[in-house]
Design a protein around this ligand. Structure first.
Ligand code: NAD
Ligand code: ZN
Ligand code: ZN
Length: 346
């Protein structure tokens, strides 16, 4: 089968690999229908995760058809269309029992990281009973891909951890697919102002179409001053970091009012400065985390009721055979006007 393989810093190749087989009775093999490239994959490509073994097939987002089922898989059968969660979970360990699937003792984020992932014609999914979701007929295949990772990530780690409430004034730093997912799911809770901050004017324009009330280009504007002009001198109720670099963390800690929440969603590769000498007095709550995907069933229902304009997030489509080129397009997202790229396995 064709698969996108990681060989270390800035080295990937689309090549022939053996089709995966069932290893444990709880596994299934899925024939991938659609997958995508995540900002996290770009991070891997750029060397943010040197812990990943050379030879690993990347990818943790996608949908497919069940091809083969292990003997103890009770919830799914051959031929069913399924959403692959980016988080694998056993359903019975200490963390799974608390719905903290991200920290499953025999799972968590392993796909396209610790085990071979979904940027391939076939993928082995461990603990299939708990790690797959049936896709309602009313959900379009391309939209379903957005539920593997980015929508639950934006909702859980951005909006829920950030405790977005009706009337809140919130800021989202990073208008990538994850930041846009924060933007869309924040609107379930009716914040009064949503300020989107990014360097890419094209993404900021789309953010306006998806519901942002204000946008700020942090490359050309003093963000602190601009935010305070919009919401007043104290700052925002919630700041959500959806980039994963020191300067965007810094924006978040500078624009929050007393009692605010800072929800960090970005995956960071280096340490940041935390201005505790200014912030100790502010009664802030700071949250971090990896998506648990515990709200995926809820989001599947919201999406099937057509509550969000998700199609606008998909800017490019490529066949699996052009996956290497698709990486280059996503790496040059600003010039290519790319947001979410859908890869189809014909
Ligand atoms: N916590 C989790 O569970 C989880 C899950 C998935 C992804 N992530 C992380 O979320 C982050 C965003 O993912 P994505 O797919 O949207 O990535 P992306 O790379 O597509 O988007 C990042 C955005 O940040 C903007 N940006 C870059 N530098 C900036 C700066 N200095 N100021 C303002 N904006 C800047 C870019 O223009 C881009 O629009 C990544 O770090 C990713 O690894 C976290
Ligand atoms: Zn992802
Ligand atoms: Zn578990």
């Amino acid at each position: 089968m064709k698969a996108l393989v990681y060989y270390g810093d800035h080295k990937i190749a689309l090549e022939e690999r053996p089709k995966p087989t069932i290893i444990k009775p709880t596994d299934v093999i899925v024939k991938v229908l659609k997958t995508t490239i995540c900002g996290t994959d770009l991070g891997i490509y750029k060397g943010k995760n040197p812990e990943i073994e050379s030879g690993r097939i990347l990818g943790h987002e996608g949908i497919g058809i069940i091809e083969e089922v292990g003997t103890s898989v009770s919830q799914f059968k051959k031929g069913e269309k399924v959403l692959i969660s980016c988080i694998t979970s056993c359903g019975s360990c200490e963390y799974c029992k608390k719905q903290m699937y991200a920290h499953c003792k025999d799972g968590g984020w392993i796909l396209g990281y610790m085990i071979d992932g979904v940027q391939a014609e076939y993928v082995r999914i461990p603990h299939a009973n708990n790690s797959l979701h049936r896709i309602p007929e009313s959900i379009d295949d391309e939209i379903a891909v957005l539920l593997s990772d980015i929508l639950p990530t934006g909702h859980e780690i951005g909006v829920q951890y950030g405790k977005v409430k009706p009337g809140d004034e919130i800021a989202i730093v990073g208008a990538g697919p994850v930041g846009m997912s924060v933007l869309l799911t924040a609107q379930f809770y009716s914040p009064s102002k949503i300020i989107m901050i990014d360097l890419d004017d094209n993404r900021l324009k789309l953010a306006k179409e998806l519901g942002a009330t204000h946008t700020i280009n942090s490359g050309t504007t003093n963000v602190e001053e601009a935010v305070k002009e919009i919401v007043g001198g104290d700052g925002v109720d919630v700041a959500i970091e959806a980039v994963g670099i020191p300067s965007t963390w810094d924006i978040c800690q500078k624009i929050v009012k007393p009692g605010a929440h800072i929800a960090n969603v970005g995956v960071h590769g280096v340490k940041v400065d935390f201005d505790i000498q200014k912030l100790w007095i502010k009664n802030l709550t700071i949250t971090t985390g990896l998506v648990n995907t515990n709200t995926t069933p809820m989001l599947l229902k919201a999406v099937s009721a057509n509550r969000m304009d998700l199609k606008k997030m998909i800017t490019h489509r490529f066949p699996l055979s052009e996956l290497e080129h698709a990486y280059q397009v996503f790496l040059n997202a600003a010039e290519e006007k790319a947001l979410k790229i859908i890869i189809t396995n014909e």
